[in-house]
Design a protein around this ligand. Structure first.
Ligand SMILES: NC(=O)c1ccc[n+]([C@@H]2O[C@H](COP(=O)([O-])OP(=O)(O)OC[C@H]3O[C@@H](n4cnc5c(N)ncnc54)[C@H](O)[C@@H]3O)[C@@H](O)[C@H]2O)c1
Length: 251
């Protein structure tokens, strides 16, 4: 386990009640950061806090629906109130409406509100406290569907492409003001979101065949990259959509 040198710093993670967000919250804490664990799912968030505390780390929970701007502002304020600062932010909460028709207005609007507008509002509120403090590091969760097309999911694909564009925009906007902004673009990762694939032997084979490394990714595969992107060793890295997909998009 690598220690990324975040002692004395504070991190917030959205969607930290499960999957990639939980693994990243745990990785931030393992590297010394105090972590504000956030999710709409209070039980999942509480479980993540308990896991961090059991390992000797420091964490608190704040409920936040990233589809709601007031919740996001309150989350950032709660982080500063709890830890006195905000150094690292992982804007990760997302939904996948695979079973629904994303051309339906309501489905489209919710997918964009959570997956794209939520990231914009998180960055806006995080910058509100990071800029006066001299900077920070932000990582947004995009997807390989933010770089290549996906015939099944128009809103998810559009939102994740939007996250990559927004990340590049924000990196340029704040480049001289101390805030670095990057994205992670996971391939297929075994989490609750992909349970229908993980649990179906035929679908497992399809995913494994389309991934040159022949396996699903793990939440920890993504968490390591997220915490590295937030640490001082990545001090010249900004505007980068980091692909972590076992080679799926290298084909
Ligand atoms: N699993 C994959 O294969 C994969 C691939 C590429 C990108 N992603 C992205 O990774 C991120 C995390 O997904 P995961 O795979 O860990 O899934 P997950 O379902 O395990 O975790 C997502 C978490 O986000 C929370 N959440 C959902 N809507 C929310 C909202 N409106 N506000 C706050 N929290 C909310 C959920 O409660 C859940 O705890 C998402 O943005 C997803 O699009 C996942």
């Amino acid at each position: 386990m690598i220690h990324y040198g975040l002692d004395g710093r504070a991190a917030l993670v959205t969607g930290a009640g499960s999957g990639i967000g939980r693994a990243s919250a745990i990785a931030f804490a393992r590297s010394g950061a105090s972590v504000m664990v956030s999710d709409v799912n209070e039980a999942g968030g509480a479980e993540t806090v308990a896991m961090i505390e059991a390992a000797g780390g420091k964490a608190q929970f704040c409920r936040c629906d990233v589809g709601n701007g007031d919740d996001i502002a309150a989350l950032v304020d709660a982080t500063v109130a709890a830890f006195g600062r905000l150094d690292c932010a992982f804007n990760n909460a997302g939904i996948n409406s695979l079973a629904a028709d994303e051309y339906e207005d309501a489905v489209w609007e919710r997918a964009i509100a959570v997956n794209l507008s939520g990231v914009m509002r998180c960055m806006r509120e995080e910058a509100r406290v990071m800029l006066p403090a001299g900077g920070g590091a932000i990582v947004n969760t995009a997807s390989i569907n933010g770089l290549v097309g996906n015939p099944a999911q128009p809103a998810y694909t559009a939102a994740k492409h939007g996250v990559v564009g927004l990340t590049r925009h924000a990196a340029l906007r704040w480049a001289t003001q101390g805030i670095r902004v990057n994205a992670v673009c996971p391939g297929v990762i075994a989490t609750a979101m992909t349970a229908p694939l993980v649990e179906n032997p035929d679908m497992r084979k399809v995913v494994e065949a389309m991934t040159p490394m022949g396996r699903f990714g793990t939440p920890e595969d993504i968490a390591e990259a997220v915490v590295w992107l937030c640490c001082d060793a990545a001090g010249f890295v900004t505007g980068h959509p980091m692909v972590i997909d076992g080679g799926a998009t290298a084909v």
